[in-house]
Write a protein that binds this ligand. Structure first.
Ligand code: GTR
Length: 326
């Protein structure tokens, strides 16, 4: 949906002419669960600046951060129906809708964050972006969401044994429920915005996320033990509503794609600095960060998850191609 700039509405065209200020014809509204200043929020703002430049000021972007437009699972539907133009969101909540997103959401599918970036920058990333179109969404670009690890309020986790009996919040996708079960713990799928109070009130013992989310959500205040087991490296995606996309001219569509692609390096730069800043901040606040952990038993436990979700020849091939990517 396009929104005429508030600026035009309040000043009126005559006033604009008089002041020589040009206003955008359309503002695309973009959703993000994270607060202002978070790398993904800043990257979409940066994309907006590029888009304004590429369209001679005609199209801009307004980022509705801090889940103002709803929790991720709900914003997917709103984006499909055109109530939200752009959405920066994890691939996780798409697992039920877009089968190809299951593969980069599998535990330990990427050997490292660098491997993830290489895969998503190449032909496999393009295929996954294209897989959104039948679901009324246009995949524009992938951002980095780092590695996700477990944190909890009870005790330091240094081995699989320590996970037993603990209950963790996961994103709303069955893959993550099965992943936690395969590791011997319990999982509760829950919207991101409910996690803080669920830990605080003891409904769950902890959750799993990357250091910037652990920091900016405040979860470190209620769950002081963070273990770098790095079980997931789930890319973030920026999608556009196909309803919005279809209203753009071919030139405008190309400008949107280019602006999105050219914001990726910006996000990655901001991401890398934020990971360091968040690690330092939570450590200074008293979190115990456990980095010495043997990941091999965690990796070995994931067999049943792969068996269940890599359930077609196409998905098996995708896994093999990701693993073969250097
Ligand atoms: C963050 C991710 C969000 C959201 C959140 C969650 O790392 O950037 O898009 O998926 O995790 O756990 O819900």
């Amino acid at each position: 949906m396009f929104h005429f700039s508030k600026f035009v509405a309040t000043m009126g065209a005559a006033a604009l002419l008089a002041t020589g200020v040009s206003a955008q014809d359309m503002i695309l509204r973009s959703s993000d669960t994270h607060p202002d200043g978070y790398p993904t929020v800043e990257a979409v703002k940066y994309m907006g600046q590029l888009l304004e430049r590429y369209t001679d000021g005609k199209i801009g972007i307004e980022v509705a951060h801090s889940a103002q437009l709803g929790e991720e699972a709900d914003t997917i539907e709103q984006t499909r129906f055109g109530a939200i133009d752009l959405n920066r969101i994890s691939l996780g909540p798409f697992n039920g809708l877009v089968p190809a997103t299951r593969i980069p959401s599998l535990p330990y599918i990427f050997r490292s964050e660098a491997h993830m970036r290489t895969v998503m920058d190449g032909p496999i990333g393009d295929e996954i972006l294209a897989a959104f179109e039948p679901f009324d969404l246009i995949g524009l670009a992938f951002y980095d969401g780092g590695s996700r690890s477990f944190y909890n309020s009870k005790k330091p986790i240094t081995s699989l044994d320590d996970l037993k009996g603990l209950k963790f919040r996961v994103m709303q996708s069955d893959i993550f429920v099965d992943m936690v079960k395969a590791l011997g713990a319990d999982a509760v799928p829950m919207p991101y915005g409910e996690v803080y109070s669920a830990i605080q009130t003891g409904v769950i013992d902890g959750a799993e996320n990357n250091p910037p989310s652990y920091d900016t959500s405040g979860h470190y205040e209620v769950a002081g033990y963070y273990t770098f087991d790095q079980h997931l490296i789930v890319p973030e995606i920026l999608v556009m509503s196909k309803m919005t996309w279809d209203k753009l001219s071919a030139d405008e569509q190309a400008a949107v794609k280019m602006a999105a692609k050219n914001s990726v390096a910006y996000e990655r730069g901001a991401w890398d600095s934020q990971v360091l800043a968040s690690r330092n901040k939570v450590a200074a606040a008293g979190s115990e960060i456990i980095t010495e952990i043997d990941k091999q038993p965690f990796i070995d436990a994931m067999g049943p998850v792969y068996e269940k979700y890599v359930d077609s020849p196409e998905l098996k091939d995708l896994v093999a191609r990701i693993q073969a990517t250097k």
